[in-house]
Design a protein around this ligand. Structure first.
Ligand code: HEC
Ligand code: HEC
Ligand code: HEC
Ligand code: HEC
Ligand code: HEC
Length: 282
């Protein structure tokens, strides 16, 4: 009697081990992969501009710490990237002959920023905002700031920023037209990143999303509600295609995992059975 129950306990133990393994394998199916944390900001070389200005008071020193938190600092665009000048020569750093541009006047800001963002500049100049440049219209600086420029998002369209010159109505319509597509892009991006993290080939999907996302993010500066609506609808159709392709990969992986889990559980059960039989015939 005692011998039998020990064998039974052993086989029950092995069977529950199999079930546990199955659950562990099936777990990630529902949990989904978490997006990896973003990379740390890259280290910036200390230019003479930073060295001297960080020791200066008020308006002359303030830009340094603001800039350190910006997307430009993160991407290696330093003071001289925007203002020109010689970042290696303390005596001649701000000489016009070294390409120093100084601080731009308000009307010159779009061209100043647009050197590196030519697509945005073109859209902006053709828009209601660009046409009102110097006559009460906003410049890049009005919406993005100068030194603490952050990664752009629809959060920039908010009541506080957009009601300085006119009602929020039109801003709200544009935001609503873009919000759904934005959410769609973020979701698909997270799934692709999740697959990349576990080594699934997502090259084609990643490139597809990159192109769609770029097109989407050029929409805003026109501030043309009708165009935003029409293009967002088109972009949503392309995103739906990417969504379907991702589902195909997801389903195939789910099936493989279940099949693998069943195979492992089956092998464990067989091992338990062999053990039981062996003990019985001992
Ligand atoms: C040795 C100290 C020193 C260095 C090096 C230095 N600056 Fe300056 N900077 C100053 C002082 C002082 C002022 C204010 C007086 C002036 O405009 O000359 C100033 C003013 C400025 C202004 C405002 C100019 C305006 O038109 O209002 C900008 C922009 C600027 N610096 C950018 C830079 C950049 C970019 C570099 C590096 C290529 C740099 N600075 C290097 C000391 C320095
Ligand atoms: C993304 C471009 C950009 C970068 C990078 C940048 N600046 Fe500027 N900076 C501007 C613009 C645009 C203005 C003028 C807007 C305004 O009226 O404040 C300006 C104005 C200034 C002024 C004049 C401030 C005033 O209120 O008169 C100083 C000084 C200055 N920058 C220094 C720096 C220093 C030092 C760095 C590096 C730590 C730096 N900037 C990096 C775009 C930039
Ligand atoms: C010397 C080139 C250069 C200049 C001048 C410049 N930028 Fe940039 N900017 C970059 C680079 C590089 C990036 C990071 C890569 C990217 O996202 O495009 C960037 C990123 C940005 C972003 C974030 C884009 C995103 O993907 O969310 C904004 C917003 C921006 N810049 C606005 C400005 C504004 C406003 C000015 C003028 C005050 C300016 N830039 C001047 C090179 C520049
Ligand atoms: C009225 C406010 C406003 C003005 C003026 C403005 N922007 Fe923007 N910008 C935005 C908003 C809002 C977004 C985010 C749109 C989105 O998420 O699709 C954005 C996005 C961007 C981006 C990121 C685009 C991308 O491809 O990811 C860049 C770069 C940029 N702006 C630069 C500029 C420059 C340069 C100027 C001036 C020529 C400018 N902006 C003028 C509000 C503004
Ligand atoms: C510095 C002033 C100023 C700010 C800030 C500003 N706008 Fe405007 N906006 C204007 C002017 C000027 C016009 C053109 C005249 C008009 O239609 O009222 C305009 C027009 C518009 C239009 C109508 C475009 C058209 O073709 O009919 C939209 C939409 C718009 N703005 C959205 C925004 C959004 C979104 C923001 C905030 C991110 C914003 N604006 C911030 C000044 C501003």
């Amino acid at each position: 009697m005692i011998r039998i129950s020990a064998k039974l306990r052993a086989s029950l133990f092995l069977a529950s081990l199999g079930a546990l393994l199955l659950a562990a394998l099936a777990g990630p199916l529902t949990a989904g992969a978490a997006a990896p944390a973003s990379a740390a900001a890259t280290e910036q070389p200390e230019t003479v501009c930073i060295q001297c200005h960080s020791a200066l008071p008020d308006k002359l020193g303030a830009p340094v710490n603001l800039w350190r938190q910006s997307i430009h600092a993160e991407n290696g665009i330093s003071c001289n990237g925007c203002h020109g000048g010689d970042p290696k020569n303390a005596d001649d750093a701000m000489n016009r002959s070294r390409g120093f541009l100084g601080a731009p006047k308000e009307a010159d800001i779009p061209a100043f920023c647009g050197r590196c963002h030519p697509g945005v500049l073109k859209d902006y100049l053709a828009s209601a905002h660009g046409r009102a440049l110097g006559k009460g219209g906003p410049t890049c600086f009005t919406c993005h700031g100068n030194h603490q420029v952050l990664k752009a998002s629809l959060d920039l369209i908010n009541e506080k920023s957009c009601t300085r010159c006119h009602s929020f109505e039109r801003a709200k319509t544009i935001r609503a037209a873009m919000q759904q597509t934005e959410g769609y892009i973020v979701g698909i991006d997270r799934r692709i990143t999740g697959f990349q993290a576990i080594g699934v080939d997502t090259d084609r999907l990643g490139k597809g999303l990159f192109a769609v996302r770029n097109r989407f993010h050029t929409l805003f500066h026109d501030v043309d509600v009708a165009r935003v609506r029409a293009e967002s609808a088109q972009i949503n159709t392309e995103l739906a295609k990417l969504d379907r392709d991702l589902k195909v990969i997801e389903e195939a992986r789910a099936k493989r995992k279940i099949a693998g889990g069943i195979a492992v559980a089956f092998m464990l059960l067989m091992a338990a059975l062999v053990l039981l039989l062996k003990k019985t015939y001992d």
